[in-house]
Design a protein around this ligand. Sequence first.
Ligand SMILES: [Zn+2]
Length: 253
Amino acid sequence: MDNKKTLYIGAHADDVVINASITINRNPGSAYILTITDGVPSGSYPKVLGGITLNSHEAYVQKRLKEDKSAMQVLGINVGKRYTNGKIPDGQTYQNLEQIVSIIATLVKREKIRRIMTHSFPGESHPAHPDHEIVSVCSYIIGKEYGIEIWEYPRFKSNSTNKQTDRIFLEEDRIETVNYDFTREEITLRDELMQIYKTQGFIIEKYRTTSEMFGRVVRNPRSIPDATHFYGSEDYKPRPQDIRKAITDFLSR
Ligand SMILES: [Zn+2]
């Protein structure tokens, strides 16, 4: 990647590091980080995660942000200036499209961003988290409005033990891809970064990798494939039709 100012967007406070940590580490001077949600679904407290006792929703939110900022600092990001969290409630991105688009637009204008790295667009090949897909749609809306190139992270396939087995782009994509293989030092760094996320202990095993890949597609955010699994499995609220309506309403505003 060249030195274009790049906004790395993640729906949750571990998505950017999972998808792009070594790429950021190779060129932190051009990197800006935006996580959209507070990363914490509703639940009961206290709870213990990774040996850490969390007494409230807010405590968990702050812990997740702290983990993500610590990792970004290791990567050379000045988190006071280059790290933004959108504070959108986890799982509710579909109800906040206007705000998400506005947050991205503000950063793009203020920092003169030339490239956005974001989640995969909704599509047929493989289900994804609904927050990821909404964030992708919002990124493409801004990309189109400001003439900024958009690159996607691949989707993950995992096996029955919840380990990532493959990373894919949508089958219908005609796409330009880049792949960056890690050096031995970078493989070690990647593992060390994953260990910072104590409350998300599963990610080091699930997302262990020795390379990062990105795909560039020109998409029309108004043309969203009608995938049956568009919004993930049933345990995700809201219902698919709620989300589709939210996107349609927003785009016809
Ligand atoms: Zn996520």
